[in-house]
Write a protein that binds this ligand. Structure first.
Ligand code: ADP
Ligand code: ASP
Ligand code: MG
Length: 402
């Protein structure tokens, strides 16, 4: 059986007309003789609207109840798409994440898929039905609903493609591929024909939300043939694959992340074990720490500054504040008006000069750099958030990515 997984994002299923367009795409694949599994996101801004509704009744609702609520968005889309296809006379069935056999761990709000029991889907495909699955959701060991984190329908699609040994996983969205920068920010950004898993994983993790980073991680692990394409135009998209062909381009893309918060612990005692205490406390709360800088403070003290995702800021500040005296720190400072701007490219590992070119681009437009971090295939800088789009454009120009 030739199985194909197609995923349609929120803007692609936003209204009846768009659902009709998606149904057409799905039916085309079905008529070609393929077994089609479709993953859908919630319509348009539904997930954001649900978050607002929750905040109206209880701003500190439990994560369990939040997941019960958020999972409903995808269930609306799956049934409406099934009805649309039904009306066109094709056999179809819609399934929630749990009906589709998706089992996750128990981290409400950012659960990870642990296993998939594909029996039900296979049974439906054997009966020649088109199968529509609600993205972004699963069930944990307590039989509670979980969601997979923002953008999580991408990961549902890749996980199903892996579990079903599908021949391809197509991510349909409102752009026609992965670009050298967000085409909404950089007008002359260029579409990439292909990109390696490693580079795409960095781009996605550093703010290019065209794919959820976990979906790329999973595609790489299970060697899923992943393609980003347009829902609306029939043009070739971007293939994400093992190793992209050796490119002359040092840099594949520029991206920014505005959801970064900078925390500083000021005037910590300069004794061994302080960094260990701080970061193990955060790890216990499941908080990822990114760029870390330790610097000399006043007298015999030091400052430790680091970044975390905005969604973790409230918890992090609380935990650290509760333990300030134990950490021997004077105060904690929190800056929210910053962004992380990054360049990514496998080619930079063996080529010096990428960092200086990036810094020159920022100097040219008068943008000050607060912190810098590098790895083999990326360089990130922290800058004022008001400059982030200007920075992306300046760097994109400097590296001639257009
Ligand atoms: P969907 O609802 O289909 O999941 P998303 O909004 O999650 O769509 O992702 C698509 C968006 O990702 C595009 O509209 C685009 O603005 C943004 N984006 C950010 N960086 C890139 C990039 N490098 N290439 C393409 N799109 C990007
Ligand atoms: N609806 C969810 C979100 O808005 C999941 C997704 O779209 O992939 O994040
Ligand atoms: Mg998305």
């Amino acid at each position: 059986m030739d199985i194909i997984v197609q995923k349609f994002g929120g803007s692609s299923v936003a209204d009846a007309k768009k659902l009709g367009n998606v149904a057409g795409r799905v039916i085309d694949a079905y008529n070609e003789g393929q077994s089609v599994v479709v993953v859908v996101s919630a319509q348009g801004d539904t997930t954001d609207d649900l978050l607002e509704k929750a905040a109206e009744v209880n701003p500190s609702a439990s994560k369990r109840e939040m997941d019960v609520l958020l999972s409903t968005g995808e269930q609306i889309s799956m049934s409406l798409l099934a009805m649309t296809i039904e009306k066109l006379g094709y056999p179809v069935v819609s399934l929630t994440g749990w009906q589709a056999g998706i089992v996750t761990n128990s981290k409400y709000g950012k659960a990870r898929i642990k296993s998939i029991n594909v029996e039900r889907i296979i049974k439906e495909l054997d009966s020649k039905r088109i199968v529509i699955v609600a993205g972004f959701q699963g069930l944990n060991k307590y039989d509670d609903i979980t969601t997979l984190g923002r953008g999580g329908s991408d990961t549902t699609a890749v996980a199903l493609a892996a579990g079903l040994h599908a021949k391809a996983c197509e991510i349909y969205t409102d752009v026609d591929g992965v670009y050298t920068a967000d085409p909404r920010i950089v007008k002359n950004a260029k579409k990439l024909n292909d990109i390696s898993y490693d580079e795409m994983l960095e781009l996605a993790s550093l703010g290019a939300n065209v794919l959820q980073n976990r979906s790329v991680e999973m595609a790489s692990k299970y060697n899923v043939k992943l393609e980003v394409k347009s829902s609306f135009e029939k043009v070739p998209g971007t293939l994400i694959k093992g190793v992209s062909k050796v490119e002359k381009m040092l840099v594949r893309g520029v991206t920014k992340d505005d959801n970064v918060v900078l925390l500083s612990l000021v005037n910590i005692e300069n004794t061994p074990g302080k960094a260990f205490k701080i970061f193990s406390m955060l790890a216990k709360e499941n908080i990822n720490v990114d760029v870390i800088l330790q610097s000399i403070g006043r007298g015999d003290t030091k400052d430790i500054t680091f970044t975390i995702d905005e969604s973790n800021a409230v918890t992090a500040v609380k935990v650290l504040n509760d333990n300030l005296s134990m950490l021997g720190a004077q105060s904690i400072e929190c800056a929210r008006n910053i962004s992380k701007v990054s360049v990514v490219g496998a080619g930079m590992a063996s080529n010096p000069g990428v960092a200086s070119l990036m810094f020159e681009a920022l100097y040219d437009v008068g943008i000050n750099i607060n912190m810098i971090s590098t790895s083999e295939i990326k360089i990130s800088v922290l800058i004022d958030q008001k400059d982030s789009e200007k920075a992306v454009r300046a760097i994109h120009d400097k590296f001639n990515l257009a």
